[in-house]
Ligand binder design. Structure first.
Ligand code: AMP
Ligand code: MG
Length: 424
């Protein structure tokens, strides 16, 4: 049995990030949000592109106005109006000013902008009522970014701020990592699809839907392979196919010690290296993690040809709560590392206050699901009501955090501090 921290280290060690020479694609900027940049971006444009005004006011020569005050205002002649987007026609000489607006080009000769509120206008003249600082309110060309240097590094996720930067730099197409491919299938004779009518003893395969959603939320592409019966031949066929087409394979069910739990045996027969066969976690203890050598199938379309030397296999236990918890705790960090993103792949834990009493038998690291609520500016964890059995799925709805009770900890009292894994 592996501890959770050992299991996490082993899993992250097994993941090779996608290759920025092969595993990339070009996307339009409008479709680039949430993607991972694969090539650093450099712009031929300076930011700002030109010297311009940071406010609405008057462009002046500092020397003219340095002694201005309300009692002794400086009087300047207005030679031009410069709205944003227009090129100034006149140069500013001594005793002159231009009316200027935010973002407008600084006219030649002016070096400072006096804010409108510190002036009084009279027809074609303006009184400067306070001395500005030299060069005040001028945004100088290239003061934010110099053309030709790195604007954005590779390995970052493109969110709204990065998309804005790329738009301003006129990068209409981006080289991003392809989405990791994650094959998913469910195992169990008792499973039916959402559309089939239930016979006695049957249950709906909810794991496949949960996993497809989780994979997509993680920025990867789910390859949904359906339900497979607890039959070694059928399982081996699907597993062989999944390994050939995906970077990561996730199955649910069949990894426990029951008579119909075949996954580990088939992995062995497929020459897999089994790195983890159980983890000290509840729910999710029978988790299997293996790697399998990839044998490319020449009949597969190019888009499905593997680029890694081995495929990472997660055999998740079948219980619906186990699937969610083990995905969040172990699979998501692996997908993150694979995706090409640089930085921290590990899950993020927060220390918060527990609203309810939390209990465990102390034998395994225990994860209880619930919601974080902001109470007077402090996060409080509210455990979901109802059963925390790994077979109960219903009260997992609306979960946004998992409270963690470490091995040996049997009780966390109300208002006591608790570590939570924040989701989403
Ligand atoms: P197993 O890990 O195969 O022993 O399954 C453990 C429990 O999870 C059993 O009660 C199964 O019926 C249930 N289960 C297995 N696979 C699924 C699935 N795809 N969707 C929902 N429940 C499942
Ligand atoms: Mg089963």
């Amino acid at each position: 049995m592996r501890s959770i921290s050992d299991a996490q280290a082993i899993i992250l060690d097994l993941v090779q990030p996608l290759d920025n020479r092969r595993d990339t694609e070009v996307v339009d900027l409008l479709a680039a949000d949430s993607r991972i940049l694969a090539t650093p971006v450099t712009s031929p444009l300076d930011f700002p592109h030109w010297d311009n005004s940071a406010i609405d006011g008057y462009a002046v020569q500092y020397e003219d106005v340095q002694d201005s005050s309300a009692e002794k205002p400086t009087l300047l002649e207005i030679v031009e109006d410069i709205p944003a987007g227009y090129q100034p026609k006149s140069a500013i000489g001594p005793g002159q000013a231009a009316r200027i607006f935010t973002g407008a080009l600084m006219p030649v000769g002016a070096d400072t902008v006096v804010m409108q509120e510190k002036t009084r206008r009279e027809q074609n003249r303006v009184f400067i009522l306070a001395a500005p600082k030299p060069q005040e309110f001028v945004r100088h060309k290239a003061s934010f970014y110099q053309a030709g240097t790195q604007l954005l590094p590779a390995g970052i996720k493109l969110n709204a701020p990065e998309i804005a930067v790329l738009a301003a730099a006129q990068c209409s197409q981006l080289n991003v990592y392809r989405r990791p491919r994650v094959a998913i299938f469910s195992t169990g004779d008792e499973l039916v699809t959402v559309d089939e009518s239930l016979q006695p003893g049957q249950i709906v395969d909810s794991n496949q839907y949960a996993l497809a959603a989780l994979v997509r939320e993680s920025g990867a592409k789910p390859l949904v392979l359906g339900i497979v019966k607890d039959e070694p031949v059928a399982l081996e066929k699907v597993m062989t196919h999944a390994i050939a087409i995906a970077d990561i394979v996730i199955s649910s069910g069949g990894v426990s010690v029951g008579d119909y739990d075949y996954i580990d045996k088939i992995l062995e027969s497929l020459k897999a290296k089994i790195h983890i066969s159980a983890v000290d976690i509840r729910p999710g203890k029978p988790l299997t993690v293996a790697t399998l050598p990839v044998v490319p199938n020449p009949q597969l379309p190019y888009s499905l040809l593997p680029t890694q030397n081995s495929t990472l296999y997660f055999g998740l236990p079948g219980n619906p709560a186990s699937v969610l918890v083990t995905f969040w705790r172990f699979v998501q960090p692996a997908i993150k590392k694979l995706s090409g993103i640089t930085g921290d792949w590990e899950p993020v834990f927060l220390k918060v206050r527990s609203h309810h009493e939390l209990r465990s038998d102390g034998k395994c690291e225990t994860y209880l699901w619930g919601r974080l609520h902001l109470i007077d500016g402090v996060y409080e964890f509210h455990k979901a009501g109802g059963s925390h059995s790994s077979g109960n799925l219903v009260n997992l709805a609306q979960t946004n955090a998992l409270a963690v009770l470490p091995v040996g900890k049997t009780l966390i009292s109300p208002q006591e501090e608790v570590q939570v894994l924040r989701l989403g």
